[in-house]
Write a protein that binds this ligand. Structure first.
Ligand code: AMP
Length: 407
């Protein structure tokens, strides 16, 4: 079914065309009619499925023309708020509707000016929005559509109490759209507080790994992790690589060492100033930096076209973060590679991740790398073996070249 059949307004359809989309994704097909019909929605969809357009397109259609502040979208991070506001702006380019992004870490001046000029859609992180609500600069009196995006990450970041407070300040008569990859009990409680007779939309399984991503584990001794990372970067033919670290301090350290090895590197984590974060992302998008080292919270939902490789320098703490991290590559029809460095101490984490995604991740070795410190033994208790391989040998399912040729 083409976008045309979805009853979006002509000006929004022109925006979709200009964005280069031809066919709606499954979440768009299912969510757009619900949103246009005015109903509440609870959707679980992985990032990378096109969920932003799934709510932005019908919202813009419903708004029609410029008026009062009628839409509030809450996002867990500044980067997501900026990204979602940009998506609204792009799709709205043939309308007179005006979005604004409201988040902390930057001055108030520009945001106040925009608010004064008059906006239709506010895309905000909870903290800065609360500042404006308390001083009375923003009123939620006319909000008719409330979008709660990435609610599971709001929970992780401790935002749920503020989010509840904000929901309570919106008019009771409104449409509410709720997006969360997982729905643990705390989130179900917010959903039942915020939503009325919602339509449930689940796209794919929130646990599944995007089919367009080749992923593999690379067992290595802890003391050789950085060497293996460098060897990988030297070997692969990458466009841009996103490297994940568990900690902010670790991210800084990896970045420093990569810079010393003459890589152009950006760093993204919560301790960096907003300007540094904006510069890092813009530089990574433009190709100024070939590598970006990031922590989970900072990288959640980041949409950079053309990330060819994700490398988990550290195994993620939570299984769902594995799915989010490797979902940064292979987005919207592109093919990507995702590699995870694992040490024997990570065996339990790997077991949990495999259980979560319902599949075994192949273990590979990097051709030509000197695995001095690591006895060639798999991290997983019963590693899959190819026929005829000797006991204890690691299955070697392919090489970087094979992956590379596929693209
Ligand atoms: P999202 O899940 O909203 O972060 O979107 C993931 C990526 O898919 C973004 O780069 C979007 O621009 C892209 N995208 C969303 N919808 C479509 C579509 N219908 N056709 C092609 N690309 C899309």
């Amino acid at each position: 079914m083409p976008f045309k059949a979805l009853h979006l307004s002509d000006s929004v359809l022109r925006g979709v065309q200009a964005a280069g989309y031809t066919d709606p994704t499954p979440i768009q097909l299912r969510a757009i009619p619900v949103v246009l019909g005015g109903g509440d929605l609870i959707a679980s969809a992985q990032t990378g499925t096109g969920k932003t357009a799934a709510f932005a397109l019908p919202i813009l259609t419903r708004l029609g023309t410029h008026g009062r502040v009628r839409v509030l979208v809450l996002e867990p991070t500044r980067e997501l708020a900026a990204q979602v506001e940009t998506a609204f702006r792009d799709f709205a380019r043939f309308t007179d509707l005006r979005p604004v992004a409201i988040f902390g870490g930057v001055g108030y001046g520009y945001q106040r000016t925009e608010l004064k000029r008059g906006v239709d859609i506010i895309v905000a992180t909870p903290g800065r929005l609360m500042d404006y609500l308390q001083e009375g600069t923003i009123s939620l009196r006319d909000i008719s559509i409330l979008v709660l995006d990435e609610v599971d990450r709001m929970l992780d970041m401790g935002f749920l109490p503020v989010v509840r407070d904000i929901i309570a300040r919106c008019p009771r008569e409104r449409q509410t759209l709720f997006f969360s990859a997982t729905v643990p009990p705390e989130i179900a409680a917010v959903a039942s507080f915020a939503l009325r007779n919602p339509t449930r939309v689940e796209v794919g399984i929130a646990r599944s790994v995007v089919a367009s991503v080749n992923h593999a584990l690379y067992p290595v001794a802890a003391e050789q992790k950085f060497e293996l990372l460098e060897a990988m970067l030297a070997k692969i033919n990458f466009d841009s690589v996103l490297v994940f670290s568990r900690t902010k301090h670790g991210a800084d350290k990896i970045a420093r060492r990569l810079k010393a090895g003459n890589h152009s590197v950006a760093v993204l984590h919560a301790n960096r100033s907003q300007n540094q974060r904006i510069e890092a992302l813009a530089g990574f998008k433009s190709g100024k930096y070939e590598v970006m080292v990031a922590t989970d919270i900072a990288a959640r939902g980041i949409d950079v076209a053309g990330i060819s490789h994700v490398i988990n320098y550290d195994v993620p703490e939570k299984p769902e973060d594995y799915v989010h991290r490797i979902g940064r590559t292979g987005r919207a029809q592109a093919v990507g590679d995702a590699f995870t460095l694992v040490t024997p101490e990570n065996a339990n984490d790997i077991r949990d991740i495999q259980r979560f995604i319902g599949q075994k991740i192949p273990e590979l070795r990097l051709d030509g790398f000197d695995y001095r410190a690591f006895a060639a033994r798999p991290v997983q208790a019963e590693a899959p073996r190819t026929r005829g391989s000797l006991p204890g040998q690691i299955r070697h399912k392919g090489s970087f070249n094979r992956y590379r040729n596929r693209r």
